[in-house]
Design a protein around this ligand. Structure first.
Ligand code: PEP
Length: 252
């Protein structure tokens, strides 16, 4: 069985003190969890603080974004090497808020994915359809285009180091979750794309998370689906109890 990954995306929330306290709380509560991987992604200005709070724990550090260039005149940006330097294992790329608020497209996300992999980071690559796409029956077409574009040019070895997060945009931060069947259907499409584009072994190994209003009370059903290998969690990752409640809903 693939190892599940449950990752928190704190977005633009917390402050230095609350980020440290949340990280310490998650680290403590996760001490006995050995059958799944956990990660939290604080705002970049608190990566160092949170990294210190997580030191020696079972919880990995992730960033929420990065730029693909190695260094230079890119005001306001962070490179993959900087994230590695701060102790990050993961970086979230192509989150729907980056795509739809900041206008990131697949070619840009693809450059970031390749740069993250080259630096030794595990990119968590988000994709998912808008409500209008789902209502028009375009879900498969949209995720296929995002998959092809944001993961272009990866070798089978590289794809195995990528985490894919299927996040229907209409379910993010809305309290409206995809049903386990709706989510599993798309995860299966993604798994088949991995077979077609890479090979069966890669398809078997790649972790595909679900994200979109995951809460303790829907985690068991969502995470119980055969092709759902964990969750990317926004709102419910901002407190220890709901985040660990979701972790408790993992497949066993
Ligand atoms: C997210 O930001 O990736 C996310 C899934 O948010 P939420 O859990 O709040 O829907």
């Amino acid at each position: 069985m693939r190892r599940q990954l449950i990752a928190g995306n704190w977005k633009m929330n917390t402050n230095r003190a609350s980020a440290a306290a949340l990280a310490e709380g998650v680290a403590k509560a996760a001490a006995s969890i050995t059958d799944a991987d956990l990660a939290v992604s604080p705002p970049s200005c608190y990566l160092e603080t949170v990294g210190k709070a997580l030191r020696g724990s079972r919880v990995a550090l992730g960033a929420q974004n990065m730029y693909f260039e190695k260094d230079g005149a890119f005001t306001g940006e962070l490179s993959a090497a900087m994230l590695v330097d701060l102790g990050c294992k993961y970086v979230i790329l192509g989150h729907s808020e980056r795509r739809h608020i900041f206008g990131e497209d697949d070619p840009l996300i693809n450059k970031k994915v390749l740069a993250a992999l080259a630096a030794g980071l595990a990119p968590i690559v988000c994709l998912g359809e808008l409500l209008a796409d789902r209502e028009a029956g375009r879900t498969e077409q949209v995720v296929r285009t995002q998959f092809d574009g944001s993961l272009a040019g990866l070798t089978p070895e590289q794809i195995c180091r990528v985490v894919i997060a299927y996040e229907p945009v209409w379910a993010i931060g809305t309290g409206r979750t995809a049903t386990p069947q709706q989510a599993e259907e798309v995860h299966l499409i993604l798994r088949r794309l991995l077979v077609d584009k890479y090979n069966g072994e890669a398809a078997n190994r790649v972790i595909i998370q679900y994200g979109g209003s995951v809460k303790p009370d829907n985690a068991v059903e969502l995470l119980g689906q055969p092709n759902i290998d964990g969750a990317l969690v926004g709102g419910a990752s901002l407190k220890v109890e709901p985040f660990l409640g979701i972790v408790a809903g993992r497949k066993r």
